[in-house]
Design a protein around this ligand. Structure first.
Ligand SMILES: [Zn+2]
Length: 339
């Protein structure tokens, strides 16, 4: 609940952007977002595996299902994350010698108005890459993400156009005074693909191994780019050395857009809303499909549900959103006695 509450200000700002657009379709989005997650119903019950402790489980929330709505995006990525935490141990059990690799494929920033074209480059590039004869993965889960690069000014002087990562690096190197730092929104997007790959153990030791340079070359050719793209690739480790499986799951299940980016520039947000219509956030291929199906992912996108939700037991606890105090009010606390 706290997480949803924290996103409410961004949701209101997004609704304002849509409401002021003067477009009927977006005004309707605004109305839906303002009415989103205003009624939360939980069930208070003993935890499944620990009957001595109690848990508050979500029973029902009135999501608005607008594609970029921050609380709805949080819910969708939370559901995928929970699903993956269940599914990954099953994959490890079924394919005990296989390993996970986390791959990020990028192309250069482009105008938000060219997003469909950029997404086409990424998706077509992935298709060609994954069909290469020596492609090492036997299965993949893919998510597409977009961030806005910002123009960074320091002490009134333009420094550079930076993405999230380069901004963090610059801050570490320059230790800036935050009062003299300004980030201005741009009209560009950085689109990239995150891929969780399942590879056979022999990939790491044999001739099939792709080092970083091979990944960059193959991605450049598959995506037909005229420049060397940025590619990140890491073996996912069960322990804390390098990227752990838990971290990889958190990264892959993130939703397409950060709420912070959505509230900087109405033009960018409205253009993005139009550009991503019908674009899938998550895709699954190869043996990954034995564990999570594309139609589950599509259902999650469209409805916010994976289709495997279970009815919760326990006493009802209800909260409603208070538009004045901008917080949730407890409106019903059911009996905590059980048979
Ligand atoms: Zn919503």
């Amino acid at each position: 609940m706290e997480e949803i509450e924290n996103l409410k200000p961004q949701a209101e700002r997004l609704a304002e952007i849509y409401a002021l657009s003067g477009r009927d379709d977006l005004v309707r989005y605004a109305e839906r977002i303002l009415g989103c997650s205003t009624r939360l119903t939980y069930r208070h019950a003993p935890e499944r595996d620990k009957p001595c402790s109690m848990a508050l489980n979500v029973d029902e929330i009135n999501w608005c299902r607008v594609r970029l709505c921050p609380p709805c995006s949080l819910a969708k990525s939370g559901k995928l994350r929970a699903k993956l935490f269940k599914v990954v141990p099953r994959i490890r059990e079924a394919l005990p010698t296989h390993q996970f690799v986390f791959l990020t494929l990028t192309c250069r920033n482009d105008l938000v108005a060219n997003s469909r074209q950029t997404i086409g480059i990424l998706n077509d590039g992935w298709r060609r890459l994954s069909r290469l004869k020596n492609f090492p993965a036997v299965g993949a889960l893919r998510s597409i993400e977009v961030t806005m690069p910002y123009d960074v000014y320091y002490q009134g002087r333009f420094i550079d156009r930076m993405g999230d990562k380069s901004f963090k690096v610059w801050c570490r190197q320059n230790n800036p005074n935050w009062n003299q730092l300004e980030k201005r929104p741009t009209d560009e997007c950085n689109w990239h693909l995150h891929c969780l790959l399942i590879v056979p153990q022999c990939y790491f030791s044999g001739y099939r191994y792709w080092n970083h340079d091979i990944w960059v070359d193959n991605w450049q050719q598959s995506a037909r780019l005229s420049y060397q793209p940025v590619v990140e690739v890491h073996k996912v480790t069960p322990r804390s050395k390098g990227q752990t499986l838990d971290e990889a799951i958190l990264e892959i299940s993130k939703y397409t857009t950060k709420p912070d980016d959505l509230i900087q520039s109405p033009e960018w947000t409205i253009e993005l809303t139009d550009q991503i219509k019908g674009i899938k956030s998550y895709s699954v291929s190869g043996v990954f499909r034995d564990f999570i199906r594309q139609n589950e992912l599509d259902r999650l996108e469209a409805t916010g549900n994976l289709g495997d939700e279970q009815k919760q037991d326990g006493a009802i606890v209800r909260f409603t959103w208070n538009y004045q105090t901008k917080s949730y009010n407890l409106v019903q606390l059911g009996s905590l006695h059980y048979d």
